[in-house]
Write a protein that binds this ligand. Structure first.
Ligand SMILES: [Zn+2]
Length: 406
């Protein structure tokens, strides 16, 4: 009988030597009896999610883990964000991530409109009344975020951001990044959208109320990360796997959903440090009864990495570790535990440092590694692989591959 497959992705878990931790990484400094047991009973190695020295985004990293070549399929973050909040996309559409932001005297003074949380639904409804040369959809996402999808034929996906990615500066005009009539059309429509968004937002009652309370108005939409919908071969047909995914981040949910995976709603997977890993693991164990392949992304560590907080990262690693008991229960499942990229607290961003990887399952050939961390796993039997090979390795272990040749 074929086995099942679980990829447990600890987002941003990898790190570098931290002086404050006596040269250890947060994973080495953390007490992780459960992770260590998986390493001891499994086989271990390092993994470059995309390739050595390449810093993956969470989108390109997960594309690689799902067996796609991100260099071939990746066409911008926007479509994944759109799919992540449940928007339906057609192949011709161009999607953008957007921020509600604050414009004052021609300059962007806050890219998150005072981290606006409430009543963005009302602002989105006002935006939806704008008249453009093409059909479009605009939906709010969490907090100050939103998604814009331009619809119709003849649109290009290669245009520059309106978001200046900085404050105290003017917003940018969208320009075609490659010379084509399609990209010019998209840029022109995007610039028109932005102008009209300022018109409908500037005197909106939500913003009048905000100003009265001394809060920054959300009076401009800043689109960025535009791209056309990638054409991903459905994972069910490509790999013959009925697949599910759990993640608290719309970007990862979007990647999985566009790959044809069933994105399960688990409200305890918040995408933040308040994630309840126990509930996530419970949901995973249940889901494995139904799905051949589960990808489970637990975010937390990445946030501490971005904030440079090694103690917080250690705490969250220990919180994950203590939730892993229940994984013992699963049978005939091959489990890979790794990350999508490193987020070293010394760098405060994603890095190309390879990740520790443990593959665990009933009959995997064990090695001498008995700890789950960067240095220990580097001595294991898997040596060093690319993320794009991981699903094949797991499929082979689970007896789900076809023989190549006679
Ligand atoms: Zn990150």
């Amino acid at each position: 009988m074929s086995g099942k497959i679980l990829m447990l992705i600890l987002d941003g878990v990898g790190d570098r030597s931290v002086k404050k931790l006596g040269g250890k990484t947060p994973l080495e400094a953390a007490k992780t009896p459960n992770l260590d047991r998986f390493a001891e009973e499994g086989q271990n190695g390092l993994m470059d999610t995309i390739a050595p020295g390449i810093r993956p985004g969470s989108d390109t990293g997960h594309l690689a883990l799902l067996g796609y070549d991100p260099y071939e399929v990746y066409r911008g973050r926007g479509p994944f964000e759109a799919a992540g909040i449940g928007m339906e996309l057609d192949p011709e559409d161009v999607a953008f991530r957007c921020n509600f932001a604050t414009l004052e005297q021609g300059k962007i003074i806050d890219r998150r409109a005072g981290r606006i949380k409430e009543r963005t639904e009302e602002l989105a409804r006002a935006i939806q009344t704008i008249d453009l040369d093409v059909d479009f959809e605009f939906e709010k996402a969490v907090e100050h975020r939103a998604v814009l999808v331009l619809k119709g034929e003849g649109l290009g996906g290669m245009v520059s951001d309106i978001d200046p990615h900085d404050v105290g500066t003017e917003f940018h005009q969208a320009e075609p990044l490659e010379d084509s009539a399609e990209n010019k059309k998209t840029a022109k429509i995007l610039n028109d959208f932005m102008k009209k968004s300022i018109d409908v937002l500037s005197d909106h009652s939500v913003n009048r109320d905000r100003k009265e309370k001394g809060e920054l108005p959300a009076n401009i939409i800043l689109p960025r990360g535009g791209g056309k919908v990638p054409n991903l071969d459905n994972i069910e047909y490509k790999h013959g796997l009925i697949s599910g995914a759990i993640s608290g981040i719309p970007l990862v949910q979007g990647v999985c959903s566009l790959a044809g995976m069933n994105v399960l709603e688990v409200k305890e997977a918040t995408g933040g440090l308040d994630t309840d890993p126990k509930a996530v693991i419970d949901a995973t164990v249940e889901a494995l009864k139904k799905y051949d392949f589960m990808l489970v992304n637990i975010k937390g560590c990445d946030l501490s990495g971005h904030d440079g907080l090694s103690e917080e990262k250690i705490d969250f690693i220990e919180k994950i570790d203590s939730s892993l008991d229940r994984l013992n229960e699963i049978e005939e499942t091959y489990v890979a535990i790794t990350g999508d990229h490193s987020t070293p607290v010394t760098i405060k961003d994603h890095s190309g440092d390879p990740l520790p990887l443990t593959i665990w399952g009933e009959d995997v050939r064990t090695d001498d590694v008995d700890k789950f961390n960067e240095r220990a796993c580097s001595k294991g039997a898997i040596n060093r692989i690319k993320g794009g090979d991981l699903l094949n390795i797991l499929k082979d272990l689970a007896d789900r591959t076809e023989k190549f040749g006679a």
